[in-house]
Design a protein around this ligand. Structure first.
Ligand code: PLP
Length: 406
C-alpha cells in the first residue's frame, strides 16, 4: 500500500452521491436520485419519495416496473436455465426470434445485448455487403443529428459531434448528410458508392425529430437503386412505442436490417439485429457473435413483453394515448413533436435540464433530448389520467425553466 502509514485513512463516503463519485467513472455525471423500487408507472427513491415515471428507463420499461408477466417469466427461466451460450439453442430465444420474424415479415434475428451492439452488427452487415458486391471502398450513409450508440462503429454512424469529440478516427467509412433533406440524400448517392444507410424514423437523442415521408421515400428509392442496405434503427422507436410495432411501418419502408434493444427485454438487457433473409447469409458461421446474445432469461422477458403487448392491445393504445397527450400539450400551450408515446416538447432556450429537475421536484421523471427538448417516453401501460395529469406540471416546469437571461 502507498501513503503514510501513520496518517489515518479518509472516512468512507456515506451519501449516495459521494459513494457514486468515489466508485464510478464520471461518464454519466452523478445522478440526483437513487431509485430503490418500482411498480407500474411509479418508482420510489431511497428517501421514500415516489415519482410517476414518464421516461421508463429511457424508453425501456414498456410494461412499466415489475410487471407480473415479466417478473414471472424471469423468475421461472432463471430458476430453470439462465444461460446456454450460443453453442446450444434455448427455447425462449428460439421462440422470440420466430415471433420477431413474423412481426418483421420474414427477417432473421441476431441477438445481442444492447442498441449499440445491434448497430455494430448492422454496420458489419453493410461492410460484408460491400465486399460481396466488390465495392469494398463503398461508404455507409448516416444522418446529422442521429444517435446509434457509443461503441466505435455505432459512434462512427452517430451524427452528433459532441458525442464523437476525442474518439476519432472512426471505422466504417461513414458519411453524414443533413436529416430530412431529400436533395442531399440523392446528391450523396450520386457522389459516393453507398453500400448501406442508417436512419431513425424519429431521431430520439437528436431531439425527438421525426423523419419526413419525402425523406423516407427518397432514402428507400436511393437504397434500392444503388444496391445499398437500408438499416433502420428502431432501438428507441420499436416495440410499439409509436403506435406500430416498428416505426418504419408508418413510412411504408422495407428495411434490409432493423436494430432493436431498449423495450425488447422489458427491462432486461436484450438487443437484436433483424436481417432480411436474402442478406442473412452475409453473416455466416463465425462472422459475428457475443456470449450473452440470446440469453434465455432476457429472451423469456422479451417473450413476456410481446405476450402482454398483444394481449392488452398496448401498441394501438400507444397511438391513442399519444394523440390524447398531444392534444393536452397543445391545450397547455406546449409545442410537441414525435409519435405515439415518444414525444418531445421543444423549448426555444437551453432550459431542458432545468425543466427536467422541476418535474422531478413535482414528482415526475422525464428526460431531455439535448438541452432544448424535454422528452417523454412513458411505459405503454400508463393510464390516460396519469399521463394527462402530468401535463399541467410540465407546463409549469417549462415556465419555471424560463428563457435563460444572457
Ligand atoms: N440507437 C438509438 C436510436 C438509441 O436511442 C440508442 C440509445 O439511446 C442506441 C442506439 C444505443 O443503445 P444502447 O444504449 O442500448 O447501446
Amino acid at each position: 500500500m502507498n501513503g503514510d502509514p501513520a496518517a489515518s485513512p479518509p472516512p468512507p463516503p456515506t451519501s449516495p452521491e459521494d459513494r457514486w463519485e468515489a466508485a464510478l467513472v464520471p461518464n454519466y455525471g452523478t445522478p440526483r436520485l437513487l431509485l430503490v423500487r418500482g411498480s407500474g408507472c411509479q418508482v420510489e427513491d431511497a428517501a421514500g419519495r415516489t415519482y410517476v415515471d414518464l421516461l421508463a428507463g429511457i424508453a425501456v420499461n414498456v410494461l412499466g416496473h415489475a410487471h407480473p408477466a415479466v417478473v414471472a417469466a424471469v423468475q421461472k427461466q432463471v430458476a430453470r436455465l439462465a444461460h446456454t451460450s450460443n453453442l446450444y439453442a434455448n427455447g425462449p430465444s428460439l421462440r422470440l426470434a420466430e415471433r420477431l420474424r413474423d412481426l418483421a415479415g420474414g427477417h432473421k434475428t441476431l441477438f445481442l445485448n444492447s442498441g449499440t451492439e445491434a448497430n455494430e452488427a448492422a454496420l458489419k452487415l453493410c461492410r460484408r455487403h460491400a465486399h460481396a458486391t466488390d465495392r469494398a471502398q463503398g461508404v455507409v450513409l448516416a444522418f446529422h443529428g442521429s444517435f446509434h450508440g457509443r461503441t466505435t462503429g455505432a459512434l462512427a454512424l452517430t451524427g452528433q459531434p459532441h458525442h464523437r469529440t476525442g474518439f476519432d478516427p472512426f471505422p466504417g467509412q461513414v458519411i453524414h448528410v443533413p436529416f430530412n433533406d431529400p436533395g442531399a440524400i440523392e446528391a450523396a448517392f450520386e457522389a459516393h458508392d453507398v453500400v448501406g444507410a442508417f436512419a431513425e424514423c424519429i431521431q430520439g437523442e437528436g431531439g425527438v425529430a421525426p423523419m419526413t415521408q419525402e425523406a423516407a421515400d427518397t432514402l428507400q428509392k436511393a437504397c434500392q437503386g444503388h444496391d445499398a442496405l437500408l438499416c433502420i434503427d428502431e432501438v428507441q422507436t420499436g416495440i410499439g412505442r409509436t403506435g406500430r410495432f416498428f416505426a418504419y411501418e408508418h413510412h411504408g419502408l422495407r428495411p434490409d436490417a432493423v436494430t432493436l434493444a431498449k423495450g425488447l427485454g422489458g427491462g432486461m438487457p436484450l438487443g437484436a439485429c433483424l436481417v432480411a433473409p436474402r442478406h442473412a447469409g452475409l453473416l455466416g458461421p463465425g462472422s459475428h457473435g457475443c456470449t450473452f446474445g440470446g440469453n434465455a432469461v432476457a429472451a423469456a422477458a422479451g417473450n413476456a413483453v410481446l405476450d402482454v403487448l398483444e394481449r392488452d392491445g398496448l401498441i394501438a393504445g400507444a397511438g391513442r394515448l399519444g394523440a390524447l397527450l398531444a392534444a393536452e400539450l397543445e391545450a397547455n400551450s406546449l409545442a410537441w413533436r414525435g409519435r405515439g408515446l415518444l414525444v418531445g416538447v421543444p423549448l426555444d432556450h437551453d432550459g431542458a435540464p432545468k425543466a427536467v429537475q422541476a418535474m422531478e421536484e413535482a414528482g415526475y421523471l422525464v428526460g431531455q433530448a439535448g438541452k432544448r427538448v424535454v422528452r417523454l417516453a412513458p411505459p405503454l401501460t400508463i393510464d390516460g389520467s396519469t399521463l394527462l395529469g402530468a401535463v399541467p406540471a410540465l407546463a409549469d416546469a417549462v415556465r419555471r425553466a424560463g428563457p435563460l437571461t444572457a
